[in-house]
Write a protein that binds this ligand. Structure first.
Ligand code: GUN
Length: 279
């Protein structure tokens, strides 16, 4: 059996460290507050938002929930974000994605003050990440780095291959691996001979968004495989972008789904909120 990278346990450790930090900050009179905005009532978004609120309550961060109707206009959302930008009590602002089609999500993200951009999606945060300056880092890729580090897996000098080039996962993931001195390749739907490229990876991060896409013929023996995917199959069971059963006997370490990368996203959001308050 490979090493199972236990995201649930590592996320719990991070949340406990943050809880302690927040209680010390409280003694110094620093109170932390996250504003969470949801537009419409997409059931998956409601679950994510609820989990974020629960994590805030556990750690000792105040959460302000804005549950806005589907018909909310772009102008109304922009003016709420501007109001929260100017509210000294609010340290972090999170607008849950996806937004309804009539709202320009990029414009909303650009409205969030980079000082309160706990999702790390603002172009200034992304630019800072690219040049190695201080700034908020997108939570899922930041969580993957923590999973590797806290599982004793070295990144420096390793062949790291990322499947997927999204702004939220693939691109920031590759920059973070580079920052840790990995040798990084980004692959995507137009990559020729994908298996040949992924077969070089010491560390393979899969964020392609297709259930059980990666089988054992994509991985080198002894590789570390990180699965960012999350899907529900026909019998309502969760699975990732990696065919876990097919791959598990060939690799040295792997994240399960559920219980791998998923819990890390919220833990890193909480980390970003604490950082926002300490700025
Ligand atoms: N929707 C799915 N994941 C995320 C996330 O990490 N942040 C936000 N704002 N929306 C999401």
């Amino acid at each position: 059996m490979p090493q199972l990278i236990d995201g649930k346990k590592i996320a719990a450790e991070i949340k406990d460290e943050l809880k302690e930090k927040v209680s010390k900050l409280k003694e110094e009179g620093i109170h932390i507050c996250l504003a969470v905005i949801q537009v419409g009532d997409d059931p998956a978004s409601s679950i994510y938002v609820n989990n974020k609120k629960k994590a805030c309550a556990y750690i000792g961060i105040e959460s302000l929930a804005y549950e806005l109707p589907e018909e909310t206009t772009q102008e109304e959302l922009v003016s709420l974000v501007q109001k929260l930008n100017g509210d000294a009590k609010v340290n972090g602002i999170l607008v849950q994605l996806p937004l309804p089609d009539h709202i320009d999500a990029d414009a909303i993200i650009r409205t969030i003050s980079p000082d309160k951009d706990v999702d790390g999606f603002h172009p200034e945060s992304v630019g800072r990440l690219c040049i190695g300056a201080e700034g908020f880092v997108s939570c899922t890729p930041a969580g993957v780095i923590q999973l590797l580090k806290r599982s004793g897996i070295g990144i420096a000098g390793k062949e790291c291959v990322v499947i997927g080039r999204s702004n939220i996962v693939g691109k920031p993931m590759s920059i973070l691996l580079l920052r840790e001195n990995g040798t990084v390749t980004i692959t995507h739907s137009r990559t020729e001979d994908l298996k040949k490229v992924t077969g070089r990876a010491d560390i393979l991060v899969v964020a392609i968004g297709r259930p059980k896409f990666v089988t054992k013929d994509f991985v080198k023996a002894g590789a570390v495989v990180i699965d960012v995917g999350m899907h529900r199959n026909a019998d309502n069971k969760l699975c990732g972008d990696v065919d876990f059963e097919d791959v598990k006997d060939k690799v040295s370490a792997i994240t399960p789904v559920p219980g791998g990368v998923g819990p890390m996203t919220i833990a890193m959001l909480m980390y970003n909120c604490v950082r926002a308050a300490m700025k």
